[in-house]
Design a protein around this ligand. Structure first.
Ligand SMILES: *[C@@H]1O[C@H](CO)[C@@H](O)[C@H](O)[C@H]1NC(C)=O
Ligand SMILES: *[C@@H]1O[C@H](CO)[C@@H](O)[C@H](O)[C@H]1NC(C)=O
Ligand SMILES: *[C@@H]1O[C@H](CO)[C@@H](O)[C@H](O)[C@H]1NC(C)=O
Ligand SMILES: *[C@@H]1O[C@H](CO)[C@@H](O)[C@H](O)[C@H]1NC(C)=O
Ligand SMILES: *[C@@H]1O[C@H](CO)[C@@H](O)[C@H](O)[C@H]1NC(C)=O
Ligand SMILES: *[C@@H]1O[C@H](CO)[C@@H](O)[C@H](O)[C@H]1NC(C)=O
Ligand SMILES: [Zn+2]
Length: 663
């Protein structure tokens, strides 16, 4: 379906009155004093459940001060299909009129106001209509009437989508923060060229269809991983740090208007099996946004409870927990301050029939018939490079998932978790098929730390997992029924610009001399990382470099960074910490004297309170293989990834097939 260019003229005039790209906004999706959530330009799958919130703002002071800070409590709202007669929201959805809510919030209008600590205060009157759905494709106009005569409208589109299922299963790989530049660099490290021609390729290189998706948040052009994952899973963009909701201005992070996610839809409509696998902690944004509905990605414990029990504190789709849940993050499962209400979530999952695995041996022995929880460490997984090459670094960690002191032993990798997940999901999904999300989380986490070797090692682990997944699906004779999509949630401004002679760099004293170790253009040379040959297995198998510490390494950098030192070459002692504070407890970051002491200083481009690199603007690639693969060519928005998958899974049910309305 072509993107809508509707109301181009209206949008142009509207944008003239709003300065673009402001640092702070009163509420990102609400430039006027009346807010409709979901806001203007939103799209829906037929039958997809969501909540509608209206807010009327009365700024008490600041540049927008209005009506002495008294919010209109008598506002009304209507919805009209096409050019039809508007009906009140309650009548249209056959709901009781909800009770009025009021609250107050504050925001800073610019950096000067923030420095001077002069927030603008806003009083709010609001109503929320919970758990509605639009079943008929077409255009809808929602109008909020307030302050006798003011109007805010939102145009919504319900897309006409297929109800026919074209793929039985979907495996969705997310390389967190993964860009085309990183894929190119990983290929260079692990695959050999002869006279400019690769002798072997990445698994990704063999996908038949590649597209590009735009990762912007709903109200900022740089996204974080919560709302970008949420867009991929729900077809609804959101605000930084939010998932499964449109961010409202209320203080409670759980009361924001929700949208139904792909796994909630898939369970409700087809009863398929689903699972999530990640090398992050399971409550981290990318895995948890499959089920999470929260304004704050940091509500970790509650989000794990939502994954197991569904949203329990507001009327919402009733959901059983995942069929497969493999990752890190024992903090949210061990009873204590990290878990919801201090409960033991290993026990909570076990009560609901899950097998519980805390190491790779237990994982491979777990039954394929039972629901499976696997938590293999505290926090994020150690990265592939430390798990496979610099193994001594693992012993320093205090990350045993059972809560015992010491390091996690016998960790699976992304490949072991993903292949086991497919066994369980294939068994449990039966005729209804399955959906699996598998995330290589530390591509992003190590790019943040400017630790390019560790990031690219995890990218190669993802590629190896994809290769093994295709083989596995073939063996199970379900490759032809399975759509495989590989994408990212956002990028980082990483690229390679030459090679670096680490021997020369380390021999020089002066920072400017050290920089002459970088060979550009005709001096960029050939990488010595290249040793793996197809069919030749080293300790880590083919498709990975044998030598991670050659003399000549890639010279790479980031578009945005804190103050740091650069020496290129791998850190054998563990992940980097490029910047550090000088005064304890401060958040003012300088070059970390302990990081790459042989390197030259690179002054930062980021605000001085940033200790790491940050996400960037770039579009990210989408690779597709299997039924519906052709739909993924071209350039489109991140929400379109959801619609393409939903179309392939036949989730566009224009019917009223709701199991109950939860009242
Ligand atoms: C608004 O009023 C509050 C006190 O109610 C004050 O702290 C704040 O500085 C005021 N903001 C502006 C922008 O005047
Ligand atoms: C439910 O919402 C309340 C506040 O509205 C919050 O304290 C609690 O953590 C939430 N629980 C879950 C599981 O989301
Ligand atoms: C792995 O888990 C099993 C079952 O919980 C346990 O018996 C075994 O000792 C564990 N192995 C290691 C290496 O921790
Ligand atoms: C800062 O903290 C470190 C330990 O984290 C301590 O060794 C050092 O003495 C502290 N410095 C100051 C000035 O408090
Ligand atoms: C980095 O910035 C500091 C001032 O913040 C300056 O003294 C120093 O010379 C700069 N170093 C380089 C290599 O640009
Ligand atoms: C949905 O249900 C309502 C009331 O039960 C009915 O009026 C409406 O026609 C139904 N819509 C569809 C698309 O079936
Ligand atoms: Zn991310």
């Amino acid at each position: 379906m072509l993107p809508k260019l509707r109301s181009a003229v209206v949008c142009l005039t509207a944008s003239l009155s709003i300065a673009s790209g402001q640092t702070f906004r009163r509420l990102g999706t609400c430039p006027e004093l009346g807010c409709v959530l979901p806001p203007d330009q939103q799209e829906f799958l037929p039958g997809q459940q969501f909540d509608i919130r209206f807010e009327v703002h009365a700024p008490k002071n600041g540049s927008e001060a209005f009506n002495n800070g008294v919010a209109d409590e008598k506002f009304t709202a209507t919805i009209a299909k096409g050019g039809g007669r508007p009906k009140s929201i309650a009548d249209f959805f056959k709901l009781k009129e909800p009770t009025l809510e009021t609250w107050t919030f504050s925001w800073h209008e610019d950096l000067f106001a923030q420095e001077a600590k002069t927030p603008s205060i806003v009083n709010v009157a609001s109503k929320i209509y919970r758990r509605v759905a639009l079943y008929e494709p077409g255009e809808y106009t929602v109008t909020l009437n307030y302050y006798s005569g003011k109007k805010t409208t939102a145009q919504w589109t319900v897309r006409p989508l297929a109800t026919k299922k074209k793929a039985k299963n979907v495996v969705f790989f997310i390389g967190d923060g993964m860009t085309t530049n990183m894929i190119t660099a990983a290929r260079l490290l692990a695959h050999k060229t002869v006279n400019g021609k690769y002798q072997s390729l990445l698994a990704l290189d063999k996908f038949p269809v590649v597209g590009h998706q735009m990762s912007h948040s709903i109200d900022t052009f740089i996204t974080d991983s919560a709302n970008s994952a949420s867009a991929l899973y729900s077809g609804h963009k959101s605000t930084v740090n939010a998932m499964g909701v449109y961010a409202d201005s209320s203080p409670d992070p759980f009361d924001d208007p929700k949208v139904e996610t792909i796994v909630e839809l898939l369970k409700r409509i087809w009863g398929s099996a689903w699972g999530a696998v990640s090398t992050a902690f399971l409550a981290d944004a990318t895995p948890i946004a499959l089920t999470g509905h929260s304004r704050s990605r940091y509500t970790y414990g509650a989000l794990i409870d939502q994954a197991l029990n569904g949203v329990s504190n507001y009327s919402w789709t009733k959901m059983d927990g995942p069929d497969v849940y493999f990752g890190g993050g024992a903090e949210q499962f061990l009873p204590g301050s990290g878990s919801y209400q201090g409960k033991d979530y290993y026990a909570e999952f076990a009560k609901k029939g899950y097998s519980i695995s805390l190491n790779n041996t237990a994982l491979s022995a777990a039954s394929n018939r039972d629901k499976a929880l696997g938590v293999f460490c505290r926090s994020n997984f150690p990265v592939w490079l430390d798990r496979n090459i610099f193994k001594e670094n693992l012993d320093k960690l205090n990350n045993d998932p059972s809560g015992a002191k010491g390091s996690a032993k016998d960790l699976p990798g992304l490949k072991e978790m993903t292949l086991k997940a497919i066994d369980v999901l294939h068994t449990r999904g039966g005729q209804q098929g399955f959906f699996l999300m598998s995330e290589a989380a530390s591509i992003d986490k190590q790019m943040h730390a400017l630790d390019y070797d560790r990031a690219l090692g995890d990218l190669l682990e993802l590629d190896d997992t994809i290769r093994a997944t295709i083989e596995k699906l073939k063996q199970l004779r379900i490759l032809d029924d399975t759509l495989i999509v590989v994408s990212a949630d956002h990028g980082h401004g990483f690229d390679v610009f030459g090679s670096a002679d680490t021997k020369y760099l380390n021999a020089k004293e002066d920072d400017r001399d050290k920089r002459n170790a970088v060979g550009v253009y005709e001096n960029s040379g050939l990488s010595q990382y290249v040793v793996a040959q197809p069919g030749v297995s080293y300790n880590t198998g083919p498709n990975f470099p044998l030598n991670w510490d050659p003399r000549y390494v890639i010279a790479a950098g980031m578009g945005a960074n804190p103050d740091h030192r650069e020496a290129y070459g791998v850190d054998k002692t563990g992940p980097r910490s490029p910047a550090a504070t000088i005064v304890n407890g401060s958040s003012d970051y300088y070059v970390n004297p302990k990081d790459k002491p042989n390197g030259f200083v690179v002054n930062g481009t980021l605000p001085t309170d940033q200790s790491q690199g940050v996400h960037s603007l770039t579009d990210v690639p989408v690779y597709a293989l299997g039924p519906c693969q052709d739909a993924f060519g071209g350039t489109y928005n991140n929400i379109d990834v959801f619609y393409k998958i939903a179309d392939c899974l036949g989730l566009g049910h224009g019917t009223n097939k709701t199991e109950d309305r939860g009242k």
